[in-house]
Write a protein that binds this ligand. Structure first.
Ligand code: 5GP
Length: 154
């Protein structure tokens, strides 16, 4: 687990298409995508295009403060998701990775309480995650470097 798992921009594009096919082939037809910001923003955007879905919302959650450095619990930050927009809908909750799985567990609990059905999609899942996401592109137990956060802010 010393080595990193590195995802490049080109590979990210392919991952999003693969994951979208996985969702479509499952027969699940979401009508709204919920991005878990910030890590899930780019995956959710790419997935919503790949699925041809225009309705996107975001739920902003903070948990990590550095590599393997976490707050005690994930917390929801403003701006808040308009949960009225979820009523009667099938939501696809999208994040970059289910690591401990605590973020996804929190979001799924919040979202599922408002919509008809909620399923989860992630690029990566780690083996110790407390939730099993419905759609996973790859599995790893390494620390992942994503293309959007590979470099420090300018
Ligand atoms: P979890 O709640 O599943 O532990 O992780 C929450 C968030 O922490 C993820 O959505 C992601 O933004 C960040 N995170 C967790 N593991 C990794 C990792 O291996 N690499 C990066 N870059 N971020 C991670």
């Amino acid at each position: 687990p010393d080595e990193r798992e590195i995802l490049g921009w080109d590979q990210f594009g392919e991952a999003a298409r693969d994951l979208a096919r996985e969702v479509r082939d499952s027969g699940f037809e979401p009508d709204v995508v919920v991005a878990v910001a910030r890590g899930g923003l780019l995956p959710a955007g790419a997935l919503s295009y790949a699925l041809g879905l225009k309705a996107c919302g975001t739920l902003n959650v903070e948990f990590y403060t550095g590599i393997d450095a976490r707050l005690p619990d994930p917390v929801v930050l403003p701006p808040l998701l308009d949960t009225a927009a979820l009523v009667g809908r099938r939501a696809l909750v999208v994040d970059d990775v289910a690591d401990t799985g605590e973020t996804l567990a929190l979001v799924q609990r919040l979202v599922a309480g408002h919509c008809e059905e909620a399923r989860t999609a992630v690029l990566y899942a780690k083996s110790h995650s407390i939730v099993a996401p419905d759609f996973v592109w790859r599995r790893t137990d390494r620390w992942i470097t994503f293309p959007w956060s590979a470099l420090p802010p300018v």
